[in-house]
Design a protein around this ligand. Structure first.
Ligand SMILES: *Cc1c(COP(=O)(O)O)cnc(C)c1O
Length: 354
């Protein structure tokens, strides 16, 4: 596998206490950088001390948001080793995002090698308390200094990492959400299926409003009909209705989550019925009111499974499973976290040990 040159930090930072960590505020000693130059392609992959990147104020990313990113984690297993969960899925997805954003494709084996080499170098930063991990944030930015609206000729691919505390330090408490019927996150033909910063910029207002109104997240509706459920906050969403699990199909405005995909594969292996289809807010709240809705949860790398305890839409209000985590959400959480942290066997070959 490709080895990149390393410039080591002269002074290493003290490791923070994982029990008081705030997500995404404390970074490790090193980062990975690679440049893209038109005519030359991706070149000069290297690991250097973590620190600021100097950019021209006219760099295209600042103006037209030509940018994509990823998020995955490294986990400390019971043997004391470090492992990744399906990292090639993240590499493929960043290339799918690049395709939509006119960013040149990364060489996949090199991008994976970069993640692995950086995490190996920072292995001491992977915490070992239950539920903790090292979050890995690969991203690509457009750096050509030009205000012309075109695809950039130059890019930086960077990877930074940060230790994160246990998401459920106080136990798994289901969240309250409401259906957002003003703002939309994504539309057909847009960038909803990519991980690009612009999607997040457009979603911040609804998230802030939800918080002000006492809700943890919003349930996004599709931007065309304003009728079908798409995601919850920045997670995919699943509902157990009767004996079937229903999750929004990947229409182009839904992000193809790796946790979503893994949940679907697990549930198929358990013989459960899973439907990927359109699900209207009307059908969902009818199922909630009739008692057919048994469980609801979000899926994503950060929380793994985030149970939904209450949902509101206009003047309708539904409590799910008495406001508690249900048996299926708990089973998915236990199965996925068991594989990710290596406390359970890995029958699907999802784990990459470093
Ligand atoms: C990253 C992301 C998800 C979850 O994807 P995972 O691969 O499971 O972490 C879901 N929705 C949005 C909008 C996202 O950005």
């Amino acid at each position: 596998m490709k080895q990149f040159p390393v410039t080591r930090a002269s002074v290493l930072k003290p490791k923070p206490d994982p029990s008081t960590l705030v997500f995404g505020q404390s970074f490790t000693d090193h980062m990975f950088l690679m440049d893209y130059t038109a005519g030359q392609g991706w070149h000069d992959g290297r690991i250097v001390p973590y620190g600021p990147i100097a950019l021209d104020p006219s760099a295209m990313v600042f103006h037209y948001a030509q940018e994509v990113f990823e998020g995955l984690k490294a986990y400390r297993n019971p043997e004391g080793g470090v492992q990744l969960f399906r990292p090639m899925e993240n590499v493929r997805r960043i290339n799918s995002s690049c395709d939509r954003m006119c960013i040149p494709q990364l060489p996949e084996e090199e991008a994976l090698a970069a993640i692995e080499q950086l995490v190996r170098l920072e292995a001491d930063w992977v915490p070992d308390q239950p539920g903790t991990s090292l979050y890995i944030r690969p991203f690509i930015i457009a750096t050509t200094p030009s205000l012309g609206v075109h695809a950039s000729h130059d890019y930086i691919f960077a990877i930074i990492t940060c230790p994160v505390g246990a998401y459920y330090a106080e136990g798994i408490n289901p969240v309250k959400i409401y259906v957002e019927d003003e703002d939309v996150r994504a539309v057909r033909g847009g960038t909803g299926y990519t991980k690009c910063g612009g999607n997040y910029a457009a979603s911040i207002r609804a998230g802030e409003r939800a918080e002000q109104n006492g809700y943890a997240q919003v349930l996004w509706l599709d931007g065309v009909h304003r009728r079908y459920i798409e995601e919850v906050g920045s997670m995919n969403v699943m509902f157990q209705i009767g004996d079937t699990v229903v999750t929004p199909e990947l229409t182009g405005s839904v992000l193809p989550g790796i946790t979503r995909k893994s949940c679907i594969e697990l549930m198929h292996s358990w013989g459960l019925k899973v439907e990927e289809r359109l699900l209207s807010a009307q059908e969902l709240f009818d199922a909630g009111e009739s008692g057919a809705l048994k469980e609801a949860w979000g899926t994503g790398t950060a929380a793994v499974i985030s149970p939904i305890g209450e949902m509101a839409w206009e003047d309708r209000h539904v409590v799910v499973n008495g406001g508690k985590i249900g048996p299926l959400a708990q089973r998915l959480y236990d199965a996925l976290t068991g594989i990710q942290w290596g406390t359970q066997p890995d029958p699907f070959g999802w784990v990459v040990r470093l």
